[in-house]
Design a protein around this ligand. Structure first.
Ligand code: 3SL
Length: 241
């Protein structure tokens, strides 16, 4: 198995695709997706385009759907949810489909949707993702950070590092044996430095600061937890996890 980390969807190769591609948007789309599924959502359907989301979700019974829309960190007017994992309680999402569009995370998912296996990973469900990789042993794995509008995000890279670090330990091999690019080694170094203070790292990150300015503090604490959810968001049809 070779693991490649890409900091943004734009940095992924265009002429090829991985056997298994993993989208990461710790703050907050993939944390929200994992939480919704953990709370019993029937599925999560991701869109980069808000109008398309509205059109597709319109064909669903209103009591069986939730529309989540986020732009710039804030909830889109007229949508049921923004992009807070804390909204995804069993009472609100169980048995319903979450139709979601976010600034960067759903774009990352769309970029990798053609891979044979597509996963959504965050720190909260890291162990479930690593277990899947250990069991399935795909040859080429991409971990794709969502970043922010084309630029690097500390929180996505540290999650990529957390996955690589745990995978290496589970397989009992040296990092150099699974690292497919330099970004993977750098991501693991970042994780090793901050693994005991991930919330502290979020407070240094540009997007963490953006959310804090909007008064969104509890989400940061929630998303900084590791291995708290045994949920594997896996694409079962195009755009649906
Ligand atoms: O960029 C994204 O996709 C979002 O996760 C951003 S936010 O955390 O909802 O602001």
């Amino acid at each position: 198995m070779k693991l490649f980390v890409f900091h943004t969807p734009e940095l992924t190769p265009t002429a090829t695709i991985a056997d298994c591609a993993i989208a990461v948007d710790v703050l907050r789309a993939t944390s929200t997706i994992a939480t919704a599924l953990g709370s019993g959502a029937e599925a999560v359907q991701a869109f980069s385009d808000l109008d398309k989301l509205l059109a597709v979700s319109e064909t669903w019974a209103p009591d069986k759907r939730i529309r989540a829309g986020e732009r710039g960190g804030s909830q889109v007017e007229g949508f049921d949810f923004g992009n807070s994992p804390l909204d995804c309680t069993p009472e609100r999402v169980s048995g319903r489909r979450l139709f979601i569009s976010t600034t960067n995370g759903t774009r990352a998912l769309q970029r990798i949707e053609a891979a044979p296996t597509v996963l959504a990973a965050a720190l909260i469900n890291r162990r479930a993702v690593v277990q899947h990789l250990v069991q399935q042993q795909p040859d080429v794995v991409w971990i794709v950070g969502s970043g922010w509008e084309g630029s690097y995000s500390l929180e996505d890279t540290v999650c990529a590092g957390a996955i690589a670090h745990s995978l290496q330990a589970e397989l009992g091999i040296a990092l150099e044996q699974i690292a497919g690019n330099d970004e993977t080694i750098a991501a693991v170094s970042l994780y090793r430095q901050w693994q005991d203070n991930l919330l502290g790292l979020f407070h240094h990150s540009t997007h963490g600061k953006r959310l804090l300015k909007l008064g969104i503090t509890e989400d940061l604490t929630y998303c900084s937890q590791q291995d708290t959810l045994d949920v594997l968001p896996i694409q079962r049809e195009l755009g649906v996890l």
